[in-house]
Every structure is written in C-alpha cells, then in structure tokens.
Ligand binder design. Structure first.
Ligand SMILES: [Zn+2]
Length: 131
C-alpha cells in the first residue's frame, strides 16, 4: 500500500495545523468586517481586508451534505467505505472533513475531534454530538 498523502503547512495554513496539533479548530476572523473566514488565506473574501486574526472555533456544526466514498486511490482503500461531509460550523463557515458517523444525515449536529497522525500532524474529523 502507498503511504497516505498529508497536508504540508504553508504561510497561510500553518496556524490552522498548529491548532489541530493542539486539539483546537482554528479559523480566521476578519478584524475589519467581523466575519469568519475558511479556508485560510491572506485577504478577507468579504471586504478584501488583510487584517485576518486566528480564533478558536467552537468545533460544533451541522452536516450540510455528505457522500460515502466507496472507491478511492490505494492510499485510502483500507478505510473504505467512509463518509466525507460539508459541515456548517456555528461561526457561519463551511468546511469539508471526514465524518466518523455510521449513518450521516443532512442537518445532523456534529462536533470536531482530531485524528493524531504523528507528533506534528493531526487531522480534523467530525462525529455525531452525544445527546
Ligand atoms: Zn472582512
């Protein structure tokens, strides 16, 4: 089996990955217009300000939509089948991630947790909120 490809932090994404390593879901918030921003970038997509700060997101949201992956490349075949979803976070942004949920449903409340890959990298996944 081929080794899984992993993200390589860069200038824009390093704070996101540093947060994930510490078990925090970090997103950007624009100091000019106050809106949250995801994915990480240098300029606010709403007002074009470059005054983007990093904040800790609640990690809670709902499933906007999802798919169940049944075919993939060799690197991920051991995990098949697995759901991948678009999650609407409480902060008003949408992010794609693995859903560690047996039967996902649109609108399902979910919360983030982190899959530790090694000392340097953890990946955000979402699981169903325990009632
Ligand atoms: Zn802005």
């Amino acid at each position: 089996m081929t080794e899984r490809p992993f993200p390589i932090p860069d200038r824009d994404t390093a704070p996101f990955w540093e947060g994930a390593r510490r078990g925090e879901l970090r997103i950007q918030r624009c100091a000019a217009c106050g809106r949250h921003v995801f994915y990480p970038r240098a300029v606010c997509p709403h007002c074009m300000s470059d005054r983007l700060d990093w904040v800790r997101a609640s990690g809670r949201g709902t499933v906007h939509t999802f798919t169940v992956v049944h075919r993939t490349t060799d690197e991920f075949s051991a995990d098949l089948p697995f759901p991948v979803g678009l999650v609407d976070l409480e902060e008003g942004i949408r992010m794609m991630a693995r859903l560690d949920v047996r039967e996902p449903v649109v609108g399902m409340p979910v919360e983030v947790f982190f899959e530790r890959v090694d000392d340097q990298l953890s990946l955000p996944h979402f699981k169903e909120v325990e009632e």
